[in-house]
Design a protein around this ligand. Structure first.
Ligand code: NDP
Length: 260
């Protein structure tokens, strides 16, 4: 019997099999969860590359919903939660694993980043958690759980992480405010602060290999973390094992964050 038998959830943010959301999904599936998934809308509907990429991964694990959702688009988000409600009735969890910043603004110094780039990055990387929680509050059961992904660059200055650090600071604060407001509804909201993992998003972050090396040299565990380790912690925070945990940012980083 699995820990998630009979549990249902929506997952936002699988781009491919390197995505952190996929590592968490694999764990949830192994424990019996039923899930729906979204992908960024395809620019050319004749060649639905994003949809095809997601379908290839999630159909074999019995995906119940697969649909486009740009988190900047209110109608897309409404449609995703309407589909979740129609398919599942109520939900037990929502996974938010989404971030974006325009390359020029991300690569450059914060002092030079553009207003438009900043607004876009904050909208997709931080506000989107509010946008999902806004809909999720009407579909999540009491005892339900929301989880997002953050990085140490939201707490401390990490060279190369630049404006995304500001977005993550906003995301972590958002996690706390949402947790305090949704606690009375019986809904928990948490974040995982993951160590660096090679994914599509992280390939856009400057100095990524240097970051990995720092973890290997200086973290208490003297190594980076694996997607599987982040997946296991995601499973924990979304499960009843974490029924007393909310507003938390759990570091899954081999302890790197404690080092001075
Ligand atoms: P991925 O690129 O695999 O996942 C990021 C996801 O965000 C993609 O599925 C991407 O879709 C999606 N996305 C971007 N813009 C939008 C949008 N407007 N609407 C809907 N979805 C969107 O990278 P990761 O798995 O690494 O990233 C997941 C989360 O983990 C992010 O919040 C990231 O900051 C965080 N994180 C990552 C770490 C790492 O080292 N990899 C470390 C700590 C935290 P698409 O690609 O199709 O555009």
């Amino acid at each position: 019997m699995g820990m998630f038998d009979g549990k249902k959830g929506m997952v936002f943010g699988i781009a491919n099999d390197h995505s952190i959301a996929w590592a968490i999904t694999e764990k949830l599936h192994a424990e019996g969860a039923e899930m729906g998934f979204t992908h960024i809308p395809d620019k050319n509907p004749e060649r639905p590359r994003m949809e095809r990429r997601l379908r290839k991964l999630v159909e074999p694990i019995g995906a119940k919903v697969i649909m486009p959702c740009d988190v900047q688009n209110e109608e897309d988000i409404d449609a995703a939660f309407a589909a979740a409600k129609e398919t599942f009735g109520e939900l037990d969890f929502v996974l938010h694993s989404i971030a974006y910043a325009p390359m020029d603004d991300l690569k450059g110094l914060v002092v030079n980043c553009s207003r438009e780039g900043f607004k876009l990055a904050m909208d997709i990387s931080a506000y989107s958690l509010i946008a999902l929680a806004q809909r999720a509050q009407h579909v999540l059961k009491p005892g339900g759980s929301i989880l997002t992904l953050t990085y140490l660059g939201g707490e401390k200055v990490i060279p190369g992480y630049n404006m995304m650090g500001i977005c993550k600071a906003a995301l972590e604060s958002t996690t706390e405010y949402l947790a305090s407001e949704m606690g009375p509804m019986g809904i928990r909201v948490n974040a995982i602060s993951a160590g660096p993992l090679k994914t599509l998003s992280s390939s856009a972050v400057g100095e990524f290999d240097l970051m990995l090396k720092l973890y290997e040299d200086f973290s208490p565990m003297r190594r980076g973390v694996t997607p599987e380790e982040v997946g296991k912690s995601g499973l924990y925070l979304l499960s009843d094992l974490a029924s007393g945990v909310t507003g938390e940012t759990l570091h899954v980083d081999g302890g790197y964050h404690i080092m001075g």
